[in-house]
Write a protein that binds this ligand. Structure first.
Ligand code: MG
Length: 171
């Protein structure tokens, strides 16, 4: 027992923390059969996104943030888009698998915070549902913020949706 490993005589060991960042972007699809899935929630009345899985850009950014926090590579390594078993995959399942990987590496997800950037659709009606389904998949609070792209660039021209995420893990 060293002084450095303890806050004081009465508290437990100082928890270790790590932070990870994730980013993802997917373009909108012309295929009317594709559904828009964001944070595990079906967003009605909007074009879907192109992707090997269900193209849930929010779940993917969260997964990469968690993987980054524990130094376990990225989502493309764990679920390659060349693997037919991941075709049309439910990305919430992938996210839950990543959370399990984090735990088997000895870390506990503390929280994940994400920012979705898109011009359309409006996400505020879906925010609570997205937060709930993502939090269930991770087993820790996940917060979702939505930002419009202010008509700037590809996102502003409604060509796709991007998401950034930050994750904290502890042990
Ligand atoms: Mg992706």
């Amino acid at each position: 027992m060293t002084a450095a490993s303890h806050d004081s005589a009465t508290s437990g060991p100082t928890p270790q923390i790590r932070v990870g960042h994730g980013f993802d972007v997917h373009r909108f699809s012309d295929d009317p059969a594709r559904r828009l899935m964001l944070g595990g929630v079906h967003i009605e009345g909007s074009a879907g996104l192109v992707g090997h899985s269900d193209a849930d850009v929010v779940a993917h950014a969260c997964a990469d943030a968690l993987l980054g926090a524990v130094g376990l590579g990225d989502i493309g390594e764990h679920f390659p888009d060349t693997d037919p078993t991941h075709a049309g995959a439910d990305s919430l399942v992938l996210l839950a698998t990543v959370a399990a990987l984090v735990r088997s590496a000895g870390w506990e997800p503390a929280n994940v915070d994400c920012s979705v950037v898109c011009e359309t659709p409006r996400l505020s009606p879906y925010r609570d549902q997205m937060q709930q389904s993502l939090s269930t998949a991770v087993g820790a609070p996940v917060s979702v913020k939505a930002n419009r792209a202010e008509k700037l660039g590809a996102l502003g021209r409604t060509e796709g949706i991007a998401c950034m995420a930050v994750a904290l893990v502890t042990r």
